[in-house]
Design a protein around this ligand. Structure first.
Ligand code: B4P
Length: 190
């Protein structure tokens, strides 16, 4: 069983490369960003509260996203493995994920960390914002806040996985195909 954390700043290509990894390795995709956007689209109370934070580029509380992941894991007990995309985003989320996976018997195999220049992140998100309608992709100051929050709350996760020998830095600059090729080489060696 393969459990991969697809990691990187906003716009690093997590959602994009997750599609390739699902097809190539037959894993189940768990994206907390997508799960939250589904709650928003369905107009749930959780969605309304999450939207307020997401539109400002802030993180949604740990307890909310951990609860969503817990129920997805419980509903996919027969999976060959998972790609966690955009989760964990805090050290507390990573600790909670370890507890949930220990109950299933298969820990995280690797953290694949996409490394991309800040200006390239901003360019990618602004260009997605022109077509996606995502409020958090349309304003440069919100994008910069997301990158700042990433540096403060999410980047420390590298120091959580590194001592476990699970951190793999991947050059996230270049074409989607080039980056997919680098991921494939790394995952095949696991
Ligand atoms: P996410 O949905 O995770 O959004 P993201 O960080 O922007 O990454 P995404 O995967 O969508 O984009 P990608 O880099 O693939 O999070 C949104 C918000 O939800 C967060 O800010 C937070 O509020 C909340 N949230 C989510 N998870 C949470 C958690 N665990 N805890 C708390 N809050 C949480 O792609 C970006 C663009 O770049 C795309 O248009 C793509 O086509 C393009 N692109 C990708 N690769 C490229 C390449 N190589 N070259 C050129 N363009 C490329």
């Amino acid at each position: 069983m393969l459990n991969l954390v697809l990691f990187g700043p906003p716009g690093a290509g997590k959602g994009t490369q997750a599609e390739f990894l699902i097809e190539t390795f037959g894993l189940i995709h768990l994206s907390t960003g997508d799960l939250l956007r589904s709650e928003i689209a369905a107009g749930t109370q959780l969605g309304v509260e999450a939207k307020n934070l997401m539109d400002k580029g802030e993180l949604v509380p740990d307890v909310v996203v951990i609860g969503m992941i817990k129920s997805k894991l419980e509903n996919n007990k027969e999976a060959k493995g998972f790609i966690f995309d955009g989760f964990p985003r805090t050290v507390d989320q990573a600790k909670a994920l370890d507890v949930l996976l220990n109950e299933n018997g298969t820990p995280i195999s690797a953290m694949l960390s996409l490394e991309v220049d800040k200006q390239e992140l901003i360019n990618r998100l602004l260009s997605r914002g022109k077509v996606s309608g995502r409020a958090d992709d349309q304003d440069q100051s919100i994008i910069e806040n997301r990158i700042t929050v990433y540096g403060q709350k999410t980047l420390p996760l590298i120091e959580y996985y590194k001592p476990q020998g699970k951190h793999f830095g991947i050059d996230g600059m270049g074409t989607i195909g080039e980056i997919a090729g680098r991921l494939k080489v790394t995952v095949e060696k696991l």
